[in-house]
Write a protein that binds this ligand. Structure first.
Ligand code: DOR
Ligand code: ZN
Length: 335
């Protein structure tokens, strides 16, 4: 049994920089036609010069794999309309992080005041630049995304022409919000479709499944699955694959992030097949994103076959999701 996916896209990806970039870019570059690259480097990507040189390093690391990095800028409250106009040809979106809510988000927005930031959001609306948002407050860990809902509502109603992407949604409440406002869209990760908080801390602690936002309850996972498996047009795949070296994960003060890039398509095929929804995977991993972001990726075809393989225990010094476990689908060819 085989499955061919046309131009798969990963609309939320951390590629890092330096040695890590060189080691991990291939996993996405081989199996995806393109990816929306997150700007949370240290220091973050906040100007066109650093964005273009980062893009070049990504293309070098992708090593002729016919892979388009769709670049993002790290939202700063002092961006001007003039700057955004100059940035527009080089970016697919701008990513907003509330200050300090996740890895490398220091320098994010202290307070999301829609009135104070109106000029930026209006300019983004005019220029048709999507706003990607890490939607968490700094409240109680299980309620952070839900608490952020009021900000999504303010953004959606104050700037009806702004395309707002709720990144890596994890709650039933977010799925309801998404349906309520026309200009809200969302990415969903592989791990949030597969795990709940039980898998992270319910038995022995699993640091490799610790991420932000933290995995939630069973009913939340059900709500996400419903959207993804039915390829709801407002959701798209964004892995949020976020590698950290093993010493940063298996320690006290474990870094947040799940490294899923090497297993993403295999595990998605297994999940969609299990629910008898394999025919909807194409829309979830490509078509919906192409429509939402108005993208024209290369015509890359990835064929998977039903063949078991064991996920390596690590790739260099990074442990992937499903390390040492057997997956049922394997990538067979890439053209
Ligand atoms: O778990 C996460 N890791 N969530 C994020 O928002 C950032 C990411 C990272 O960069 O490691
Ligand atoms: Zn992320």
């Amino acid at each position: 049994m085989e499955l061919t996916l046309n131009s798969p896209l990963d609309m939320h990806l951390h590629l890092r920089d330096g040695e890590m970039l060189k080691n991990i870019a291939k996993f996405s570059a081989q199996e995806f036609a393109g990816a929306l690259v997150m700007p949370n480097l240290v220091p973050p990507i906040t100007n066109i010069e650093s964005l273009l040189s980062y893009k070049k390093r990504i293309l070098d690391a992708a090593n002729d794999n016919d892979f388009k990095p769709y670049m993002t800028l790290f939202f700063k409250s002092d961006y001007t309309a003039d700057f955004l106009e100059k940035a527009k040809p080089h970016i697919a979106a701008i990513k907003l992080y509330p200050n300090g809510v996740t890895t490398n988000s220091e320098g994010g927005v202290e307070q999301i005041d829609t009135k104070k930031l109106a000029l930026i959001f209006e300019a983004m609306s005019e220029l048709d630049i999507p706003l990607c948002v890490h939607g968490e407050t700094n409240g109680f860990v299980m309620d952070r995304e839900k608490e952020f809902g009021v900000i999504y509502e303010q953004l959606a109603t104050s700037f009806p022409k702004l395309t707002i992407i709720m990144e890596h949604i994890t709650t039933q409440a977010s799925t309801e919000l998404l349906e309520r406002y026309e200009n809200l869209y969302a990415t969903i990760t592989l791990h949030h479709l597969l795990i709940t908080l039980d898998d992270v801390v319910g038995g022995l602690l699993n640091p490799h499944l610790f991420c932000k936002p933290i995995a939630k309850r069973y009913e939340d996972r059900e709500a996400l699955l419903k959207l993804a498996l039915n390829a709801n047009k407002k959701v798209m795949f964004g892995s949020d694959s976020a590698p950290h070296t093993i010493d940063k994960k298996e320690c006290c003060g474990c870094a947040a992030g799940v490294f899923s890039a090497p297993i993403a398509l295999s595990a998605l095929a297994e999940l969609f097949e299990k629910h008898n929804k394999l025919t909807n995977l194409q829309a979830f991993v490509s078509n919906n994103a192409k429509n939402m972001y108005k993208l024209t990726p290369s015509k890359k075809k990835i064929t998977l076959e039903k063949k078991e393989w064991i996920v390596p225990s690590s790739y260099d010094d990074v442990v992937p999701m499903f390390a040492n476990q057997t997956l049922k689908w394997k990538v067979k060819s890439k053209i």
